[in-house]
Ligand binder design. Structure first.
Ligand code: ZN
Length: 449
């Protein structure tokens, strides 16, 4: 993309002048977001083309517009793929998920702390073996792509090998993925424990090897405050200062027993978020999963530091953690993305996650519009990950990771969509009845996978 960075108004001209090498076009109904529907009017938040054309050059978005306007500007040899009875959208972005927990989804009967003890820790022990990690990473990434998710912020396990395995497989698939080795040195099984020094050294080695290699990025990943000593959290803060472009990924205020435990473990802190704040872990690339039970002053602090929350409704319902207060996050202008939180979440599908997200807001007496839902699953995730302009929508120059949703994949969707009279209704039905079956195609850097 050297000679095609012309602004949108001269896009047609740029297309007709450039050669068609490496260029592809996709025609169909297209939707993407330009802004948070909570911050602008709903109509200003998105662009929708009933008969649209998405033009891609060397894996990047070159143009988006009405097919009839753009087609005439394309050289005759550009292949145009047409998708009927469906919707072309940017790939979904999962802002919180544990790849190592893929095979333990749907583990019965516990809330957070017992669930970790009884199911998660035994599962994660297997990831000392890099071959096991590669096998599960392959399964996990295939599941994500089948569900239309093209980027995720991913927890590894405490083992350096788990992240090595994940990045090897993600690199082969040319994906934009963010992952990190778990830091935990207390309140966990001995054979899943690192030390302040080994956690620092392993993370640093992984950053040096993988951060910004191809489309891969690193996240410093303290599991959560209870499993990290103050020294370990401080060391994570030091590492973040050394590498300011890496991410910080952890859990926050998910469950009431957990919050009570944190206040016992860190009596000098003014609440859960403050534990992380005291170790300098808040910032533009910090993502905190859950935040179900946040105080106003904590939302203010997240907002002031440009930190993000990953809203994980299927997980919050599955573990009985509570219903995230999206309205509060909006009031304080906190960046929010959407997460499946596999394996506490029970589906890889972001559409299923939107369905559960809607219900959590209903239980609070709030409405979650389909525009806000689909924004959270795409551009909202990109904003939460500080990747706006790179992924999450179809602005010129963005990486062309996109999906095609199929209105006819199931009989119920088919009959229900046919009864919709407005775009709003159609998108709502899609977000309520959709799942991985409705993802007809997933494209990575313009290529169908
Ligand atoms: Zn989690």
């Amino acid at each position: 993309m050297s000679n095609n960075t012309a602004n949108t108004s001269s896009t047609s001209e740029a297309i007709s002048k450039a050669t068609s090498t490496g260029r592809k076009a996709y025609r169909g109904e297209v939707l993407h977001f330009l802004a948070d529907p909570a911050k602008v009017s709903e109509e200003e938040s998105y662009q929708y083309f009933e008969d649209g054309l998405l033009v891609i050059n060397n894996g990047l978005v070159e143009a988006l517009g009405n097919a009839k306007d753009l087609l005439i500007t394309l050289p005759a040899d550009v292949i145009v793929t047409q998708y009927d009875n469906g919707l072309i959208m940017p790939g979904f972005i999962d802002t919180h998920v544990h790849y190592a927990q893929s095979e333990m989804v749907a583990s019965y009967g516990e809330q957070l702390l017992e669930w970790l003890e009884n199911y998660t820790f035994p599962e994660e022990k297997q990831f000392a073996d890099i071959e096991h990690g590669k096998r599960v990473a392959e399964f996990f990434l295939t599941q994500l792509l089948d569900a239309g998710t093209t980027t995720a912020l991913v927890f590894g396990t405490v083992h350096k090998e788990s992240v090595e395995a994940f990045f090897i497989v993600a690199q082969q698939k040319k994906l934009r993925m963010i992952c990190g080795k778990v830091l935990m040195n207390q309140n966990c099984p001995v054979d899943l424990s690192d030390t302040v020094e080994s956690g620092y050294a392993d993370s640093k080695a992984l950053i040096e090897k993988w951060h910004n290699t191809d489309r891969l990025q690193y996240a410093i990943t303290p599991r959560f405050a209870p499993t990290c000593s103050t020294d370990q959290l401080n060391k994570a803060g030091e590492l973040l200062k050394e590498y300011p472009s890496v991410y910080l990924h952890t859990h926050l205020s998910e469950n009431k027993d957990e919050i009570a435990w944190v206040s016992e473990l860190f009596p000098d802190s003014d609440g859960y978020l403050d534990v992380y704040d005291k170790s300098s872990l808040l910032g533009r690339r910090s993502v905190f999963a859950h935040g179900v039970h946040l105080h106003d002053h904590e939302c203010q602090r997240l907002s002031d530091t440009n930190s993000a929350i990953a809203f994980c409704p299927t997980s919050n319902l599955f573990l009985g953690s509570g219903c995230f207060n999206l309205k509060q996050a909006e009031e304080f202008d906190v960046n929010v993305g959407l997460g499946t939180d596999i394996g506490a979440g029970s589906s890889f599908s972001m559409l299923t996650t939107l369905n559960e997200g809607y219900k959590t807001q209903q239980l609070r007496g709030d409405k979650l519009s389909p525009y806000k839902s689909l924004y959270l699953a795409t551009l909202g995730g990109a904003v939460a990950l500080d990747l706006e302009g790179t992924i999450g929508n179809f602005v010129q120059g963005a990486e062309a990771d996109f999906i095609v949703l199929d209105y006819q994949a199931t009989p119920l969707m088919d009959v229900r969509i046919k009864r919709c009279n407005t775009l709003t209704e159609k998108l709502f039905v899609l977000s309520m009845l959709g799942d991985d079956r409705h993802v007809k195609a997933t494209h990575i850097m313009g290529e169908k996978v």
